[in-house]
Write a protein that binds this ligand. Structure first.
Ligand code: ASP
Ligand code: MG
Length: 442
């Protein structure tokens, strides 16, 4: 059994969905389970509609319904197919407008319509074109989550429930087309796993069903050595380890949702990243042991718009428990810290959430002087051989120096496959391009 996930651009319109159908057809002997995102742009439009309704706008749903309707008609679907969803969405947004309030719970409910509608359009199109398929809301297949709206995760034991539901509900010979991104609590409230989360749904489903492989189909030739929009000479990476892919995803490589690799790692399921527009390209295969590779560095990733808090105190290390108190404050505020560097007199931490970082700073003023710097980028260079290659870190930092870019924080711990540094947002382009030329050739 094979899980195949198609992202928003892969199912953007009829032309794309035709490509998807051919790809799925070619894999029918492997009994594919297809997980889909909403059509490209629909989730953004749904969220915008929710916000507009909360601000009092009438007919906030019009634009998104028109776009969805056009895609469905383009795929030959009768208007009746999505009519119940359009009605439900209209009612829901009316409610939001009346109460002028958009809770995380309502926002998840609104966002869920994209996937719920896309799977119906895709399954209908497949059926019309001779490929037996049936749409499913993933919650009907046992994907029951906690109630952390916007970041929900399946409840322990979901795997057994899913295996049982698939066996019971999916007829043999029929390809299930399953919603990514969404879920439901035990009480029946709609949740989502978070933006761009369909990748994660796919590997969670693959783990539950004991799939032989999970394929993530998008619009690049697998994972690249750097963002191809920034570095035109970026090249495909044929294979990498779960660890490398997880670091890259976490530090901003846009190809995979950061948590995608965790369920796959746990069950040792290879993940293949492929291009819907070039299905013959082998893409990238991500496994536990990716075999021997020559290059020290696998890929460069970056995460922009980060903020840094620096706490400075003369007697920082004379007073024991300084770091404990700092991290007590970040924990209390629920702040996710990405990078930490320390010296005799100061500690710096980086995070994405500037507001929470400011709140932490005000909590710990008594510990020392606090400074916040915004508009910073974490630049991460990831590679399997980094920990054992003499001079690797020097090579990387000197490339950044050659670009005339100042490194403000640097983190490279023992055994780590990731050298990460903080630079200014303004320097990203030049730093990444220079690094790429130095590490991969031009
Ligand atoms: N449709 C959702 C989003 O745009 C989930 C996904 O595309 O993976 O965030
Ligand atoms: Mg997506």
């Amino acid at each position: 059994m094979l899980v195949m996930k198609f992202g928003g651009s892969s199912v953007a319109d009829r032309t794309q969905i035709e490509k998807v159908q051919e790809i799925v057809r070619g894999r029918l002997p492997r009994a594919p389970v297809v997980v889909c995102s909403a059509h490209k742009g629909i989730t953004n439009m749904l969220i915008a509609a929710g916000k507009a309704a909360a601000a009092g706008q009438q007919d906030a749903e019009r634009e998104v319904i028109e776009r969805q309707q056009a895609i469905a008609r383009g795929c030959g679907c009768p208007d009746g197919l999505l009519a119940p969803f359009f009605q439900e969405l209209t009612d829901l947004l009316r409610g939001v407008r009346l109460v002028r309030e958009l809770s995380p719970r309502s926002l998840d409910y609104i966002s869920s319509f994209g996937e719920r509608m896309s799977v119906r359009v895709i399954a209908h199109f497949f059926e019309q074109n001779g490929l037996a398929a049936r749409p499913f809301d993933v919650w009907d297949l046992g994907f029951i989550t906690d109630n952390r709206f916007g970041a929900a995760r399946p409840l322990p034991g979901y795997e057994g429930r899913m295996a049982e539901a698939f066996a019971r509900l999916v007829p043999p010979g029929v390809t299930p087309i399953v919603t990514g991104f969404v879920g439901k609590t035990e009480a029946g409230e709609v949740t989502t796993v978070g933006r761009n989360g369909s990748d994660l749904t796919a590997t969670l489903v693959a783990a539950a069903l004991g799939a032989q492989e999970a394929e993530i189909w998008s619009d690049t030739d697998g994972v690249m050595s750097a963002d191809p929009h920034l570095v035109p000479g970026a090249r495909n990476i044929p294979s990498m380890s779960f660890d490398e892919a997880a670091e890259l995803a976490y530090f901003g490589s846009r190809v995979l949702h950061p948590e995608t690799l965790i369920p796959a790692m746990r069950k040792d399921i290879p993940v293949r990243v492929l291009n819907t527009n070039r299905p013959e390209h082998p893409g990238t295969v991500i496994t536990r042991e990716p075999g021997r590779r020559e290059r020290t560095v696998t890929s460069i990733a970056y995460k922009e718009s980060q903020s840094i808090l620096t706490v400075r105190s003369e007697h920082m290390f004379a007073h024991s428990g300084f770091l404990a108190r700092l991290f007590e404050a970040t924990t209390r505020r629920g702040l996710v810290v990405d990078m930490v560097t320390t010296s005799e007199v100061s500690v710096s931490i980086s995070a994405s959430d500037t507001d929470l970082l400011r709140a932490v700073a005000s909590d710990i003023e008594h510990l020392g002087s606090c400074r916040i710097d915004t508009r910073k980028t974490i630049l991460a260079v990831v590679g399997h051989h980094l920990p054992t290659q003499a001079g690797a870190a020097a090579h990387i930092t000197s490339a950044v120096a050659d670009a005339g870019v100042n490194i403000e924080m640097l983190s490279y711990s023992s055994g780590s496959i990731n050298v990460s540094m903080v630079i200014d947002d303004r320097d990203v382009d030049i730093a990444v391009r220079t690094l790429h030329t130095k590490l991969f050739g031009s």
